[in-house]
Ligand binder design. Structure first.
Ligand SMILES: *Cc1c(COP(=O)(O)O)cnc(C)c1O
Length: 397
């Protein structure tokens, strides 16, 4: 066979999905997989949600693209709905998570600059973080495997241990602009920051004139059973990056900020050709219709209980396969007692899709519309996978 025409950047599973229906993905051969990855926490309202598909089709018939030199249908309304539902006063729309982070970092630096502190550009980040794959966001994430070979690390990012407030305090200098954290680390292995830590960060920011920047690209838009994960702690940020679930599968991200934090971002300081595209706005508004519907987040919390009880029971019965279960809402992590790739492979054989993460964890990130019955079906498949892993461990023993 000729060499693949694609970059070799992904090691892809040999699966070809042709269709999606709710929490299901269906291959070309008609095999049905339970999709508890949802992309990676992206298809928040499931595949082919009629309200969202309808909104996309309706907008497609009107206009696909407009430059941001004009007012774009849906942009102002969508931004207003987001600010009404959150701490924020201002929104900038992007196409991806990394771009939302870029905007967040620029907003923080520009704020300090506009207050007469151009020297304050440093951002404190955390070990195990993931903020995207642009040159700045790989520096923010600080993971060697993503930095290697791409030239000098973009300056201005200092990393400290996750959860260590003394280390954060020690890292703050006269050149620090802000602190950037995922309230629940996703790729790092579903590691939630404690309420105590979040509060301490907020207090430190207030004391030192720093901006608290949250990366809720993965944890946001209902994923943890609140609209945004930081609501569990009662701590509000100055700036927040959002993407993934907000577009339900359409490329869409957003940077949200208070009016004060965004005060440096004047006309001409930032821009995007596609950010806030009419199709994206139609879809984002439709996803938000679903997520903000009365009782929706309560349902996420209820079905989360079904998962947590089922996972706790599996952990008790398969301690040789499952070491720990953690997370909030439908952002769940199963820490494997065997190499996680083995368990993930057995899950795939049971036609259950999930996502690997750091710390030997497998992420369960089902669409937020998953029903208790579908949750139980997924747990049954996970049990089958655990049986398979146990049996093969016995064979090799
Ligand atoms: C996925 C992710 C990003 C990057 O988003 P892209 O859309 O891939 O650029 C950033 N931060 C977190 C926490 C993520 O999960």
């Amino acid at each position: 066979m000729a060499e693949a025409a694609l970059y070799d950047t992904y090691s892809r599973a040999p699966l070809r999905f042709e269709r999606g229906e709710g929490v299901w993905l269906i291959t070309e051969n008609g095999e049905r997989y339970l999709d508890f990855g949802a992309g990676v926490a992206v298809t928040s309202v499931g595949h082919g949600h009629p309200h969202v598909v309808g909104a996309l089709k309706e907008q497609a018939d009107k206009v696909w693209h407009l430059s941001n030199v004009y007012e774009i249908p849906g942009q102002e309304a969508f931004a207003r709905r987001l600010t009404n539902a959150t701490f924020a006063d201002k929104v900038f729309f992007t196409n991806s998570g990394a771009e939302a982070l870029e905007c967040a970092i620029k907003t923080a630096r520009r704020y300090q600059f506009s207050k007469g502190h151009p020297e304050r550009f440093g951002i404190i980040t955390f070990e195990g973080a993931f903020h995207g794959r642009t040159l700045a966001t790989i520096a923010a994430g600080g993971q060697e495997k993503y930095l290697e070979g791409f030239g000098p690390k973009t300056p201005g990012f200092d990393q400290v241990a996750f959860g260590d407030i003394d280390a954060v305090r020690a890292a703050v200098t006269d050149e620090t602009a802000g602190i950037l954290i995922e309230p629940v680390q996703g790729e790092g292995g579903i590691r939630p920051a404690t309420t105590e830590f979040m509060k301490a960060l907020r207090q430190l920011c207030d004391e030192r004139g720093l901006l608290l920047i949250l990366d809720e690209v993965q944890s946001g838009v209902g994923r943890t059973g609140k609209l945004f994960a930081h609501e569990w702690s009662g701590v509000t940020p100055d700036i927040m990056a959002v993407a993934k679930g907000i577009g339900g599968g359409f490329p869409l991200g957003a940077c949200l900020a208070t009016a004060e934090a965004a005060s440096g971002m004047k006309a001409g300081t930032h821009g995007s050709t596609y950010g806030g595209n009419p199709l994206a706005m139609a879809v984002g508004n439709a996803v938000l219709d679903v997520v903000l519907e009365e009782g929706f987040l309560q349902q996420v919390r209820d079905v989360s209980l079904v998962f947590r009880q089922g996972l706790a029971s599996l952990k008790d019965r398969y301690p040789d396969v499952i070491e720990d279960v953690r997370g909030e809402g439908l952002m769940l992590g199963v820490k494997a007692a065997v190499p996680s790739a083995e368990l993930l492979q057995a899950m795939r054989a049971a036609q259950l899709l999930a996502i690997p993460a750091g710390d030997n964890v497998i992420r369960l990130l089902p669409p937020l519309v998953v029903t208790p019955d579908e949750a139980r079906e997924g747990l049954a498949r996970l049990e089958r996978a655990a049986e398979t892993v146990r049996a093969s461990a016995k064979k090799t023993a």
